[in-house]
Design a protein around this ligand. Structure first.
Ligand code: DGY
Length: 322
């Protein structure tokens, strides 16, 4: 007997076909994200749930009496209420590794865009403001041979470090919950405490997962430690940063610029103060958003779910629920 699953978002055809082979599939076919009340109504029979960014909490679990496994199409799983899932014995899975290189590419894009002011100067040209003799007004900062500080040295952090070291001759500093001797050997990466890294780095790249410990990790005290020429990049989760403190640090010239793929509330409101800053490059949370990577992530998430529902051990059970 095939298990019943609910797919709460759009997924590519290949993943859909795979799931249909192994499961009885009910799927949200409406445009855009599924409204919460629609989702709750559809979970009565579901043993498995495939989703991304939906809050999996006690309220949802109460509507899903048969649920055994939840698979998210993302590496981040801050949408999982781990205590509520654990209390019900629900298996939770994510999609690490498959997106590392794609997100690292985007982070390099943010580094280059902020340091060399690419979006700002693109507007400058297109708006007809470029005049012969313009010189210092177009200056930015060098990236090559600068100090790259990575906060959160997981797979994505290491992929950024490789690009920085081997592509741009940067020296790599990192801070992590635990030291990574292989990364230190392969990348000459230097482990520092967070305050040491913030003082030293030219580029501070935040890649920590969002957890109760990392919520608001970078705030006024942390920006105060950074160089005046520092550039802050966030491609993890918006809530890991105090956005008012970031605005203040940028507005007062405390730091040089910021590149943000993520915000505390997404989609970010058009009148958010950070969007008014010329020295901030913003993106709509597209770290993993290439067709190839998103297809692979959907397949990995689908395979995780099928294995869990068959009673086998999927490779990507989130560590807190093992
Ligand atoms: C994830 O998968 O959690 C990333 O935020 C994608 O960009």
């Amino acid at each position: 007997m095939k298990p019943t699953i609910f797919v709460a978002r759009h997924i590519p055809d290949e993943a859909k076909a795979y799931l249909k082979e192994h499961c009885l599939v009910d799927k949200w076919e409406g445009g855009g994200p599924i409204p919460r009340e629609r989702l709750l109504e559809r979970l009565g029979e579901a043993e498995g749930l495939l989703t991304s960014s939906v809050e999996i909490n006690a309220e949802l679990l109460a509507h899903a009496p048969r649920l055994r496994a939840v698979s998210t199409i993302s590496v981040g799983y801050n949408n999982f209420d781990l205590a509520a899932m654990k209390a019900r014995g629900i298996i939770g899975m994510n999609t690490p590794e498959v997106l590392d290189e794609t997100v690292a590419d985007l982070i390099m894009g943010l580094i280059l865009s902020t340091a060399r002011r690419i979006p700002e100067l693109d507007r400058y040209v297109k708006e007809g403001r470029w005049r012969r003799g313009d010189d210092e007004v177009l200056f930015g900062l060098d990236v090559h041979h600068k100090k790259l500080g990575i906060v959160g040295m997981g797979g994505i952090g290491e992929a950024v470090a490789r690009r920085g070291k081997f592509g741009f001759g940067m020296s790599v500093l990192y801070h992590n919950r635990h030291r990574k001797p292989e990364a230190e050997a392969a990348l000459d990466a230097v482990y520092l405490s967070l305050p040491e890294l913030l003082r030293e780095a030219d580029f501070v790249v935040l890649m920590t997962p969002l957890t109760p410990e990392t919520k608001g990790l970078i705030g006024a005290a942390e920006f105060a430690l950074m160089k005046k020429t520092a550039i802050f990049i966030n491609a993890s989760r918006g809530a890991a940063v105090d956005e008012s403190a970031l605005f203040e640090a940028l507005n007062s010239g405390r730091i040089y610029g910021a590149g943000l793929d993520v915000f505390e509330h997404e989609p970010v409101a058009a009148d958010h103060p950070l969007l008014s800053m010329p020295n901030v490059v913003t993106l709509p949370h597209i770290g993993s958003a290439t067709e190839s990577t998103r297809n692979q992530m959907a397949m990995v998430a689908a395979q995780n779910l099928v294995l869990a529902l068959k009673g086998q051990t999927p490779p990507n059970i989130v560590k807190e629920l093992k």
